[in-house]
Design a protein around this ligand. Structure first.
Ligand SMILES: NC(=O)c1ccc[n+]([C@@H]2O[C@H](COP(=O)([O-])OP(=O)(O)OC[C@H]3O[C@@H](n4cnc5c(N)ncnc54)[C@H](OP(=O)(O)O)[C@@H]3O)[C@@H](O)[C@H]2O)c1
Length: 344
């Protein structure tokens, strides 16, 4: 029988941000009232009438105290981190060890050094607390939970492939069939607000690579570090350290190279995508342009994120597809993780 659901005592860190605002709205929809609200400099805890300066040690203590008083002590303290802050992530191990579950949309630590990631898992075990981060890959899409469920139920994961950047999916969609040059597609993406302020932060593939590390670790691979992976950047080498204006002006000089690759792949009946590929069998993770034959699910992804998981039982991959960014979908994904913490 599954364990019974417990009451939750929740602190939201980053409540004023894009995801945080949507998270409060979603919590309100299901009548889950946050116990504490924290932003970069101030916090308000319980029935305090005023904000006080942020004090993460005190936040943890207050949450534990409240959980011990709630429902005869049968409540679960949870911290939901919807910031991009390293300072907040540094607190995770202490909170977990103390028995506070952590739910987060912040991918930093999960894609960082494996030793730090392992320390986090060890702290979670020691404190009997959950650490859940579904929204660090594919926002609200059920990607990580699906992989964990497959592993736990004896599937052998063979391969995980993912289109994990909406921006790069848009750009590759625009250059497909020679519709546009790479430079024009990037300009259009920037104009439409689909890119980071400097589009090179999308085109260098680092965000996809971080998600690939997370997918690899959850698929059971060890020894995977960002620094030792092959990551193909779409930023031409000579334009990697110049100013953004210069990059935008000069990018067109390098259009032909990608146009030729697109044409070669399409002439042989396939399509080119920018994807992460976790090859569990050969213990290899690559990030970059991936040539996909006509039948590959990626050719039907459109602007969505898509993750295709191949296992010994799912020899045709199990596919998860949908919007891979956005405040509401990310916030509801965070909320789903918070609710998971009620079962422990
Ligand atoms: N948006 C998406 O589609 C999406 C998808 C998946 C994952 N995510 C992740 O979700 C997280 C939040 O993204 P966002 O777009 O909502 O960010 P955002 O709008 O920039 O909001 C950041 C929030 O974090 C707070 N904050 C910053 N530093 C802090 C600190 N040291 N201590 C406490 N609070 C701090 C800010 O408080 P102040 O108001 O005081 O500055 C603000 O409330 C990021 O890690 C992002 O990568 C986003």
């Amino acid at each position: 029988m599954p364990p019974a659901s417990k009451e939750l005592v929740v602190a939201v860190i980053g409540y004023t941000g894009g995801v945080g605002t949507c998270l409060l709205k979603a919590m309100n929809q299901i009548h889950l009232k946050p116990f504490a609200l924290v932003r970069s400099t101030t916090m308000r805890v319980g029935n305090d009438s005023d904000d006080s300066p942020v004090d993460f040690a005190s936040l943890g203590e207050r949450l534990l105290e409240e959980a011990s008083k709630t429902n005869g002590g049968n409540a679960v303290p949870v911290i939901a981190d919807v910031t991009a802050s390293l300072a907040v992530q540094k607190r995770y191990t202490d909170w977990l060890r103390a028995g506070i579950s952590v739910v987060t949309a912040n991918k930093g630590i999960f894609a960082g050094k494996e030793a730090n990631y392992q320390a986090l898992l060890a702290a979670s075990k020691e404190g009997g607390a959950r650490i859940l981060h579904e929204t660090t890959v594919g926002a609200g899409l059920p990607v990580l939970g699906t992989i964990q469920g497959l592993v736990a139920s004896s599937h052998q994961i063979q391969k995980v492939e993912g289109i994990l950047s909406g921006t790069l999916a848009f750009v590759l969609g625009q250059v497909a069939g020679g519709k546009k040059t790479l430079s024009q597609a990037v300009k259009d993406a920037k104009f439409l607000g689909y890119t980071e302020p400097d589009p090179r932060d999308d085109l260098n593939g680092m965000d996809v690579a971080r998600k690939a590390v997370i997918l690899a670790r959850l698929s059971g691979l060890t020894g995977i570090e960002l620094g030792s992976m092959h990551i193909e950047s779409l930023v031409p080498e000579p334009l990697r350290i110049c100013s953004m204006d210069e990059f935008m002006k000069e990018m067109h000089l390098y259009d032909d190279e990608l146009a030729k690759r697109v044409k070669d792949v399409e002439d042989s009946g396939g399509r080119l995508h920018y994807a992460a590929k976790v090859d569990v069998i050969n213990k290899k993770v690559t990030v970059g342009l991936l040539s996909c034959e006509d039948s590959h699910p990626f050719n039907r992804a459109g602007p969505d994120n898509m993750v295709a998981i191949t296992t010994n039982h799912y020899t045709r991959p199990l596919v998860v597809q949908g919007a891979g960014a956005g405040g509401d979908v990310t916030a509801t994904g965070v909320l789903a993780d918070i609710l998971q913490c009620a079962y422990q």
